[in-house]
Design a protein. Sequence first.
Length: 297
Amino acid sequence: MSDATHPQQARPLPDLFETMPDHSKLAILVRRYPAMCLGLVLLAAVFLMAVFAPLLATADPVALNVVPRLTSPSEAAWFGADMLGRDVYSRVVYGARVSLVVGFSVALIATAAGLAIGMLAGFVRPLDGVIMRVMDGLMAIPSILLAVAFMALIGSSVGNVILAITVAEIPRVARLVRSTVLTLREQAYVDAAITSGTRTPAIIFRHILPNAVPPVMVQATYICASAMVIEAILSFIGAGTPPTIPSWGNIMTEGRALWQVKPHIVAFPAVFLSLTVLAVNLVGDGLRDYLDPRQAK
């Protein structure tokens, strides 16, 4: 029979997606994941603000000026001035650097360390009990209290803040990876690899690690957002970055005594912190849906 009576089978959607123009792919992703796209736009804006802070700032963020002390937002000072006459707008712009550095550094280090610890606990059964009891002990202490205790021991600096928050966040990733490894070990393809004599490192890198990375990537976004909040809290209570470094937490703690009189000192850094954390969480939620095989079409 002719081809007209037997029409060709429709091409699978993935093939059609690959042949689409880039602008069509982007339109589909925006329609399907609008929240993630919004989060990426907000996060990119904050990232660019941090990178180009010297160009965007209108004044030295640490320069003292007694004359315009506690001025309200105006054309001369967009976000006003604090009690020492420092430009709040410039301090907020530079404060983005601290939050992003802390958030991304903690997410990267905690994810890498938790991935290694979780893999070790999931594959080396004699060490599983010891490792997990240590992780349970760390998780029993609230992250804020654990970070405060570390800061009291090692002193205040950006590097120490990253270290303190990382120690508090590693158990989350370790437990997630361990549970994923224990689940994947029971899969048929892993049993087949073991039966065929495949070495353990090859099984980990070929079968276990690729399937464990997607949930860990999603967890890393939540750790990044949590690290930004914890850093702001530590700075707010005076246990975080030094007062000489402009950060959103330091700006808020310096303006809390004047909240009822000059709320702009606290309001602007709080808004930027909230938007940044919201952007990271939106990216994490969208990434979770994107990597979920049950959502694939």
